[in-house]
Design a protein around this ligand. Sequence first.
Ligand SMILES: C[S@@+](CC[C@H](N)C(=O)[O-])C[C@H]1O[C@@H](n2cnc3c(N)ncnc32)[C@H](O)[C@@H]1O
Length: 257
Amino acid sequence: MNNDEKQDYDKMNWLYNAFYGDMETEQLQQLEFIENHKNLLQSYTDKEVYILDSACGNGVKAIALALNGYNVTATDISSEMVKFANEFSKKYNVSISTDVKSWSELPSVFEPQFDIVFNIGNSIVHSPNAVTRENDISSLVQVLKRKGTLVIETRNWEKILTENKRFTVYDKISYLDKEYIPMYHWKFNGIEQESEVEILFQEIWKDNHVELYENSLSFTPFTHMSLLDIMKKLGLDIIKDTFHKECDWYLIYGRKA
Ligand SMILES: C[S@@+](CC[C@H](N)C(=O)[O-])C[C@H]1O[C@@H](n2cnc3c(N)ncnc32)[C@H](O)[C@@H]1O
C-alpha cells in the first residue's frame, strides 16, 4: 500500500467539518460514542489504558477518548484525514499520537500494545475483498494485547442491499453561517462485489447561492456472518454482537485470548 497515493477520503474534510466543526469541548467529551462503549472502556482498570483508533477520520472519536483520559493513538490511510485530526486535537488542547498508516502496515509499527482497537464508523467495508478484509482484521488483532478487544462497527449491508435504495438523504446541518444538505447516491453490485457511493454535499450560502461538493468512495459489502467468521477464525472470543436483521448498524467486540 502506497500512502503517497491520493486516498478516497482525502477530499472529505468538508463533510467532517460541517458535522463536527463547532462542537464544545464538553459535548465532545460526552460524545454518544463514549457512552455507547462505557462498559468496555471501564472494564480495563489498569492505570493507563492504551487505545488505537485505526480509521480515525477527522479524529473526533480519538479526541473524545483522549478528553476522557485515555492514551490514544489515531491512524488512518488518508494523510488529509490525519492532518485534520491533528488540527482538531490542537483546537481541543488534547494530545493524541497520530500516524498515516493503512491497517496492513500497523503490525510493522506497533507491538501488541493496545487494550482496545477501534475500527468504527463503517470503515472495514473499504477493504476491497474478503481476502484483504481478513488480512486487515488480522493486522488489527496483531497489535492488540492479550485480553485486548477489537471493536468493529459497520453498516448492516444485508439490509441495505435488500432495500436497494438509490439515495440516502440526511437532515440539513448548519455550520458557521452556512447550511449543508448531504446526500448519498449508492451504486451497489451485490455482496462481496466492489461498489461505489457518490457523496453530494450542497452548501447553501446566506444569499441562497448553492455550491456543490462531491466525492465518490468505493466499498465492498459483506455479510454479518462472514465478518463474524473472520473474527472467530482469527482467535477472537465474541463478547458482544449487536446485529439483528433490521438494524441499520451493528458492532462486534472480539476479545483476544
Ligand atoms: C467512514 S470513515 C470513518 C471515520 C471515523 N472512524 C468515523 O467514525 O468518523 C472510514 C475511514 O477509514 C479510512 N480507511 C479506509 N481504508 C483504510 C485502510 N486500508 N487503512 C486505514 N484506514 C483506512 C478512511 O481514510 C476513512 O477515514
